[in-house]
Design a protein around this ligand. Structure first.
Ligand SMILES: C[S@@+](CC[C@H](N)C(=O)[O-])C[C@H]1O[C@@H](n2cnc3c(N)ncnc32)[C@H](O)[C@@H]1O
Length: 149
């Protein structure tokens, strides 16, 4: 949803699901779909170490509500019991497949969980990004994989 160039040759899109166009009733949002190049779980990615120069990690951020609601259908839903462990594993996998001096962008929305809770469990700290409460609910953080730090 946030890509300007969905078909760029150098971009690989991974998601754990595929959803065909026409998922919403009454032809609402007719072109919305989930069409990943690779279907896989971010907790166990099928890529060798240091495969990418730039990674955008945009996991689901809500654990409330029905899987059928529009927002949850579009963004996915966290598991209420295991979300902390799941996001932490996803972060660790992103770090593993990121090349040295590569950049990791993490997107989050604080509707259910504060970003500060995640920063506590991440093994690396962001360099810069949005700060809680200053720019609305959606937050972008930037990390760089600097070797030996
Ligand atoms: C916020 S959306 C990503 C939207 C995407 N950035 C875009 O621009 O269209 C979060 C996505 O994470 C996917 N997801 C949830 N759990 C996952 C997992 N364990 N592994 C891989 N993808 C997962 C969901 O299926 C959902 O499509």
């Amino acid at each position: 949803m946030f890509w300007y160039q969905k078909e760029h040759d150098n971009v690989l899109f991974m998601d754990k699901r595929e959803v065909e166009k026409g998922a919403f009733p009454n032809n609402w949002n007719p072109n919305w779909c989930v069409s990943p190049d690779v279907v896989a779980d971010f907790r166990e990615m099928p890529f060798p170490d240091k495969s990418f120069k730039l990674i955008v990690f945009d996991p689901p951020h809500l654990y409330n509500g029905s899987e059928k609601s529009v927002i949850n259908k579009k963004y996915g839903l966290l598991n209420r019991e295991t979300w902390k462990e799941d996001i932490a594993k996803g972060f660790t996998e992103c770090w593993r497949v990121l090349d040295d001096f590569g950049t990791l962008i993490f997107k989050w929305n604080e509707a259910n969980i504060k970003a500060s809770e995640l920063i506590k469990i991440f093994p690396h700290k962001p360099l810069f990004g949005d700060f809680t409460g200053k720019t609305g609910n959606t937050i972008w953080m930037t990390f760089m994989k600097i070797p030996n730090t």
